[in-house]
Design a protein around this ligand. Structure first.
Ligand code: SF4
Ligand code: SF4
Length: 453
């Protein structure tokens, strides 16, 4: 029976008064005339419910910085400025705008609208130095940008065959490799959150199951006994010497952490899980192209590449964008690209980073920090308490906030693919011809002027 993939969403705010961009303050000269309440359509200014003769504290988080109230106030009592708490959010590529954008996506599952008033950056490091070719957006059909065409975000993880062989009677001779199909190229990972609270973990397992995606989890994790169907979304991650641990009965995929003894560990893992897709997680550093070839030759089906949360390789200056492009090209030149799937994690701070990562060569992305931000993390040194380890977090809260955010990211992927004229996420992988890279654009524009250098 045909099943239409749909992600249900539910409005769920972070708290009663979340942190917004603006701080609105009312000075002592206020005479409680209430004109600001009439001027502000966003309900920042309201009378106190306890004593309607006076104005309540402004609901700063609702302010859109239009300055109408400031202009209206006869007493010049109002000040609107960027909140210092907002400016302290995030670090590096995790800008305050990105952190609050994820908070909003996790709250309502809607696409962010920046519009003509967008005053953010248009170029930055890594994925922010590339743009997708949206030329199809100027050719809308009568049904809108996407028309009636179905856009699939489904991807297959594992090795693929590049040709089929048949015997003279027409029987298929090629042994089809194992693959895991996921309905969206977004996977979750909690292995780098060692003290994750049981409720957050429960919410994330539920979210992965509802989304039909996968969740990487340490193999030795104690799991609830009644997981049922949700167990299918779990990918146990094994460290050296623990390849026979079995907390999940028949996982579709298993993953090995790279250790100096990986060759022996890999043999043991394959023997323990002969029916599972085999993945290896690697902290990406110098020499990754050669290591990828060696791993594929050893029968690894999925390379899970870990960049840090700023999207950097370990010990080098190379960013995920350039690293993925180099790995993809190196494997394609050796005719090995179809023998493996690539998962990219780290440096994924915005929905647009998903299609960009795929264009650079990933088959799917793996979210870690974005999951924390969805639950309220500040993504920087000023985060008060990690919501993932906060035992007071409710499982339903974790579930809906993550489902909302991933739902919004998938909607944005659909928008980008529709505008690019690409109807299948599988075809987005490595489509560098459909992207503009800052370095290339700069070279094309200025190379001749600066003498071809
Ligand atoms: S308009 Fe000015 S004086 Fe009147 S209530 Fe608002 S802040 Fe106070
Ligand atoms: S600046 Fe505009 S949105 Fe903000 S409180 Fe004043 S009137 Fe409301």
């Amino acid at each position: 029976m045909y099943h239409h993939y749909h992600i249900p969403k539910k409005e769920l705010p972070l708290g009663a008064k979340p942190l917004g961009k603006m701080a609105v303050t009312r000075g002592y000269t206020c005479m409680n005339c209430g004109r600001c309440a009439l001027a502000c359509v966003y309900k920042v200014h309201e009378r106190s419910t306890a004593d309607p003769r006076v104005m309540a504290e402004p609901n700063s988080y609702l302010c859109k910085n239009c300055l109408k109230c400031v202009e209206t106030c006869p007493q010049r009592a109002l000040t609107v400025r960027i909140s210092p708490d907002y400016e302290a959010l995030g670090e590096g590529i995790w800008t305050p705008t990105r952190v609050t954008t994820i908070w909003n996506e996790a709250q309502n599952g809607k696409l962010p609208v920046f519009g003509a008033g967008y005053r953010g950056m248009f170029v930055g490091p890594g994925y922010d130095s590339m743009w997708t070719d949206m030329s199809e957006i100027v050719r809308p059909t009568r049904d809108g940008i996407h028309g009636r065409e179905y856009i699939s975000t489904t991807v297959d993880l594992g090795a693929r065959v590049d040709h089929l062989e048949f015997d003279p009677s027409g029987m298929l001779l090629t042994k089809m490799p194992k693959t895991v199909e996921v309905p969206l190229p977004i996977i979750m990972d909690v292995c780098r959150i060692p003290d994750i609270g049981p409720k957050s973990q429960e919410g994330l397992i539920k979210a992965a199951s509802a989304l039909g995606t996968l969740l990487f989890i340490p193999a030795e994790t104690t799991l609830p006994a009644d997981l049922g169907e949700a167990e299918r979304c779990l990918v146990p991650v094994f460290t050296s010497g623990l390849t026979s641990v079995r907390t999940i009965s028949s996982p579709r995929m298993v993953e090995l952490e790279m250790f100096p003894t990986w060759k022996e560990d890999l043999v043991a893992l394959k023997a323990s899980y002969p029916d599972a897709v085999i993945a290896v997680r690697i902290i990406v550093s110098k020499g990754i192209e050669e290591l990828a070839v060696e791993l594929i030759s050893s029968g690894v089906d999925v390379l899970h590449l870990l960049y840090d949360e700023q999207g950097r390789e370990k010990g080098t200056e190379r960013l995920a964008k350039d690293s993925l492009l180099a790995i993809n090209e190196s494997l394609a030149k050796r005719s090995m690209r179809e023998k493996v799937s690539i998962l990219a994690s780290g440096g994924l701070a915005a929905a647009e980073h998903v299609p960009k990562s795929l264009i650079c060569g990933a088959d799917a992305v793996v979210l870690e920090q974005a999951l924390k931000v969805a639950l309220g993390c500040h993504a920087g040194p000023n985060c008060p308490v990690c919501p993932m380890i906060d035992s007071t977090i409710d499982a339903d809260f974790a579930y809906w906030r993550v489902v909302n955010m991933i739902g919004a990211w998938r909607d944005q992927l659909l928008e980008v693919m529709g505008a690019m004229g690409i109807r299948e996420a599988r075809r987005l992988r490595g489509e560098i011809g459909r992207a503009i890279f800052y370095e290339g654009a700069e070279r094309d524009a200025f190379a001749n002027i600066s003498g071809g250098a």
